[in-house]
Design a protein. Sequence first.
Lengths: 315, 532
Amino acid sequence: MFAYIVRRLFLMLVTLFGISVIIFVLLRVVPGNIVDILFAAAGYVDPADKANLERELGLNQPIVMQYLSWIGGLLHGDLGYSYVSEKPALQEILPRIPITARLAGLALLFSASIGIPLGVISAVHQGTKLDYALRVVSLSGLSLPSFWLGLLILMASVSMFGTMPIFNPNPKTWFEAFTIYAVPAAAVGFRSAALTMRITRSSMLEILRQDYIRTARAKGASEASVNYHHALKNAVLPVITVIGIEAAFLIGGLIVTETVFNIPGIARFLVEALRWRDYPIVQNLVMFIAVVVVVMNFIVDMLYAAIDPRIRFGD
Amino acid sequence: MRSVQALAVAVLSLLAISDVSYANGEPKSGGSLRIYHRDSPGSASIHEGATYSLNVPFMPIFNNLVIFDQHIAQNSVSTIRPELAESWAWSADNKTLTFKLHKDVKWHDGKPFTAADVKCTFDMLMGKSQQKFRQNPRKSWYDQVEEVTTNGDYEASFKLKRPQPALLSLLASGYTPIYPCHVSPAEMRTKPVGTGPFKFVEFKANESIKLVKNPDYFKKGLPYLDGIEFTIITNRSTAILGFVSGKFDMTFPTEVSIPLLKDVKSQAPNAVCVVEPNNVSTNIIINSTSPPFDNIDVRRALALALDRKAFIQIMFEGQGDIGGTMEPAPQGLWAMPKEMLESIPGYGPNIEQNREEARKLMQKAGYGPDKHLQLKVSTRNIAVYRDPAIILIDQLKSIYIDAELDVVDTAQWFPKVARKDYSLGLNLTGNAVDDPDQSFYENYACGSERNYTNYCNKDIEKLFDKQSEETDVEKRKKLVWEIDKKLQEDVARPIIFHARTGTCWQPYVKNITVMSNSSYNGYRYEDVWLDK
């Protein structure tokens, strides 16, 4: 088990190094930098002013020096300064992480708490009207874009209640505090729950046909015990993988939801930073998301190994 | 004599402010004005930006020497009011403009405001000081200012190289706040310090901008509001829904398009909405340094092919204006008379006749039904640029031009234009001040940084100077018309249309005036109040 963990950790570090190089190079390959954007916003280009600004921001240095300077700073906890706000990048990024984490956490909770039970019910009642109804719901969840659903929710709120659940940093009531996260989480979680439900259903159907399930029934185990104790425990492995991937995706993939509900999380911030070519923010945020993805994968691997011992011995 | 006039203007302006306040009932103090902001400004420094996304939230922090009356929609010399200056006077030779300053003004950090701050601000704008702006987009506004001098702590004078009556209008723009000497440009980008009615509290990029009442404001009794909160909402649908649901007291100024305005009025029938021109023209930039537009016939054919009314009908349901470089009348002060405008090739009402003429010119240049000209229309990847570009491409088909849309990322737009890596470009030009000096020198003078096409006509440049020096308004107007006509005939930068846009606020918001010949100057908000 120890060797397994060490191997996985080593792979993590190599992956992160690779990602850092890719992020850095790709950002510089994209045409234009912050100086171009600033002058575009001001509607003129003055070559002397432009050169001064590039020098001031260190953009005139060779790319290798810029990379070393970034990685060196990163290793010392210095993420640099945002080119746009001129504030420390850490100060800009940190307050936004809990906002996105809360939204992603609630969306995952919604996804798991709705998707898994409905997946089990659908599988257990395969071929019934209930199964068909649940499958239609899951298909619609996968088909409806979350931005469309989000806008629909906002329009319906305004039309029916005369208010709407967009972000407010200082909610006045606990209900408002809950709705500003719960409603967008539901809009995102609907799609995620549909995916979880479909994976749970297909995995359950496969497991329910196994010999040991028949044996459990023959031994007189109750339906609930067969479905939830014997079958679900073994069917849950692919579901964990999907939830892990979704968790990683949700950290960086909430851009549309954050925009529609005006939530100042990291996904929207990342896109804005990219628009301004604010390298320190983009590099560090993408690196942060990469770390989350890699760590989530690591946790999923660990869970796999814990749930199915064959994996750690066979790896 | 001029000093007396200025004093009279000062008194009248105070009366005007009182009139406006009381016309809407007794003003009430308190409450915060909640406005959504359309995007996250790059910084908080008005002098370093060139978008009204900066002016709207940060203008309430500052004062100018003089300011356009905040309650008269049409900015003009006669609506200029004193602000940090108590009065102003021109010298007899019209080459020195002297301001007497208020004595009891303090910066938000408690330091006193003096004439040295005025000198500092303009020295920095003219590039004469040690401290430099990171960007200085309006440096050319002060090309005729030789120096700014002080006489004691409360008098500042602008010494000009030659008479320039328009200087006063430039100083009255929302783009011309006075900055403190003791605060660096870098600090002004992140934590601006002003003398204005509101103090800066915080600017969270992509999130919000907060201002709070300045209790020591030198205009006693103002401001009425406790603060102003801007919530940055980039999604237009969410922003409009927020206004309709009452989460905001006001939309972002001049940001409600004509089609959206109908939605707002249907969902919030009590909302007060106004539609005004904003002195932004949509125009075509032409690369006349290389074929095919190095040929004046092809340029003229292009100008003749435009059906301006169709643009306005499609994009604004008819609510737009046709004009030259200067904003069309009646809101625009310097617009050519209708008959003069219609005498310019391409502006005549018979579009088919114009296009027939255009086709003849194209055939003369070697194109025709069997040989179409292939080119790209480049523009920024933003709806207000993209949409008219598509209509333009459609109209060009009528004169044997098969054009393709080339959308360019904002970061690449100006470098591409500067490289002359385009044939035709669709561009928007906003004018902060409805004055020919601002428009002509900035967009058409030889060597100007914002003269993207590098149009250069020395004869017209002489006329620029002539009109700029002219103190008689009527004589100046005639010169301006002549110049504008010539610019359109030269196809320097064909103007397609001037847009109109909407602004809405809840009925309890009082004393909002939307300017009709600039979208950069009307956001001091010192006497705005909430009737709740």
